[in-house]
Ligand binder design. Structure first.
Ligand code: GTQ
Length: 351
C-alpha cells in the first residue's frame, strides 16, 4: 500500500511546460494539483481571520471626527468598519462571514429607510435617545440592547436625544456578498405599527397564544433589552453556582432557534475572577465587552478588553476569557458563525 506521505509533494505549476500552461489558460482551464493542498489543507483549514482587537478608546475619537467631517447626507450610514487585516482592510470583513462596524448617529440625524439582503444586528454601545424603526416597530436603543434587522426588513435610524449615539453593527455581509446575493433597496420613511414586537414577546418563557390568528412573522421579536438578558445571566449565576459557563443565546421566541439564519448571538457573564476556556470550534467569534474588563487569550495572542472594546478570533481556536475584576462580574456580547456552520454541516467542536 502506498503511504500517505508519498503524495505530500505534489507537482508545481512551474513543472509544466509554458506552452501547455498557456494552452490551459487560453481555454479557461486550471490544473488542480498545484493548488490541491492550498484549498484542502491537512487537518485544519487555512484561515485569513487574525485575532484582532479594536479598542474603543482609540476608535471613538475617530468616529466622533467622522461626525464632523462627513454629514449624514454624505454617508447615509456613518460607520467605521472594524476590518480584519488578515483579510485585507479593503475587504471590510472581521471574519469569513462577519462584518463589524461602529455607527455614529448625532442628535437630530436620520439614517434613511432601506432594506437589504444581508442580516444585521445592532449592539448599542453608548448614548440614549436613538431608535431604529424596523418593519414598523420603533426600537429604542440603550446600552447593551440587541436589535435585529433581519434580511429584507425596512429599517431606518433616528435620534431624539442630545448626545452622540454609537452602536456596533454585525452583518453577515461578507458571506452574502460572496454568494453574489448582496443588494439594497431605498424606500420612503416607514410609519410606526402598534401592538407588535417586544410588547408581545418581551417576557421569558411565555409567548402570545395564537389560537385565533397565526402570526406568520419570521422574526417575531426585534429588540432584546440588555436589562432582561443581564438579569437572566445573573439569575443563572446565582442559581447554578457550579455552572462553568454562564451564557444565554438570543433566540426567536416562537421557534426557539437562533434569531437569524447565518450568525449566532449570545451574552456571557464571567463571575468575579473567573477564567473560562471556550473550546476550539469551527466558527469564528466576535467578543464585545458590555460591562467590566476581561483578558482574552487566543492561542499566542492576548488582548485586554476594556468596556466597549471589540475583538475577533478565528475558528478552530480555543479562546480563554478571564474577568480582570475579583469583585465584579464581567459581561460580554458574543457573535459567531455557528448557525451557518450547522446549516452547512461543517460545524465542529474539537474541545
Ligand atoms: O445601518 O443599515 O454597518 O446598511 C452597514 C450597512 C449598517 C445599516 C452597516 C448598513 C447598515
Amino acid at each position: 500500500m502506498q503511504s500517505h506521505d508519498r503524495f505530500d509533494t505534489l507537482g508545481r505549476l512551474e513543472d509544466l511546460p509554458q506552452d501547455y500552461r498557456d494552452n490551459l489558460t487560453q481555454q479557461n482551464l486550471v490544473p488542480l494539483w498545484p493548488s490541491l493542498r492550498a484549498v484542502l489543507p491537512p487537518e485544519v483549514p487555512a484561515r485569513k481571520t487574525q485575532p484582532t482587537h479594536w479598542p474603543y478608546a482609540t476608535l471613538r475619537p475617530l468616529l466622533i471626527q467622522a461626525g464632523e467631517l462627513t454629514p449624514i447626507e454624505k454617508a447615509e450610514r456613518r460607520v467605521l468598519v472594524l476590518a480584519n487585516p488578515g483579510h485585507g482592510l479593503e475587504k471590510m470583513q472581521a471574519s469569513a462571514a462577519m462584518y463589524l462596524g461602529m455607527q455614529l448617529l448625532l442628535p437630530g440625524e436620520l439614517a434613511p429607510a432601506h432594506r437589504h439582503t444581508p442580516n444585521a444586528i445592532r449592539m448599542v454601545v453608548e448614548g440614549e435617545g436613538a431608535w431604529t424603526l424596523v418593519d414598523g416597530e420603533k426600537c429604542p436603543m440603550s446600552r447593551g440592547d440587541l436589535i435585529l434587522t433581519p434580511t429584507g426588513l425596512w429599517h431606518e435610524h433616528g435620534h431624539d436625544g442630545d448626545q452622540p449615539v454609537v452602536w456596533l453593527d454585525v452583518l453577515d455581509l461578507p458571506l452574502v456578498y460572496y454568494t453574489e446575493t448582496s443588494y439594497h433597496l431605498e424606500g420612503p420613511s416607514q410609519s410606526v405599527k402598534q401592538g407588535e414586537g417586544v410588547n408581545a414577546f418581551g417576557r421569558g418563557g411565555v409567548t402570545p397564544t395564537t389560537v385565533f390568528e397565526r402570526s406568520n412573522k419570521a422574526y417575531p421579536m426585534l429588540r432584546y433589552p440588555w436589562a432582561e438578558a443581564r438579569a437572566a445571566l445573573v439569575s443563572i449565576a446565582d442559581n447554578e453556582p457550579d455552572a462553568e459557563c454562564v451564557q444565554v443565546t438570543y433566540v426567536n421566541p416562537v421557534t426557539g432557534g437562533d434569531v437569524q439564519n447565518i450568525l449566532g448571538f449570545y451574552a456571557l457573564m464571567l463571575r468575579p475572577g473567573q477564567s473560562l476556556r471556550l473550546p476550539a470550534r469551527s466558527p469564528a467569534q466576535v467578543f464585545h465587552q458590555i460591562e467590566g474588563s476581561a483578558d482574552v487569550q487566543i492561542e499566542a495572542t492576548s488582548f485586554t478588553l476594556a468596556e466597549a472594546d471589540t475583538c475577533c478570533a478565528p475558528g478552530y481556536t480555543a479562546v480563554t476569557l478571564k474577568n480582570r475584576s475579583a469583585s465584579e462580574p464581567a459581561f460580554i456580547f458574543v457573535a459567531d458563525e455557528a448557525p451557518l456552520h450547522r446549516k452547512l454541516g461543517v460545524y465542529e467542536n474539537r474541545g
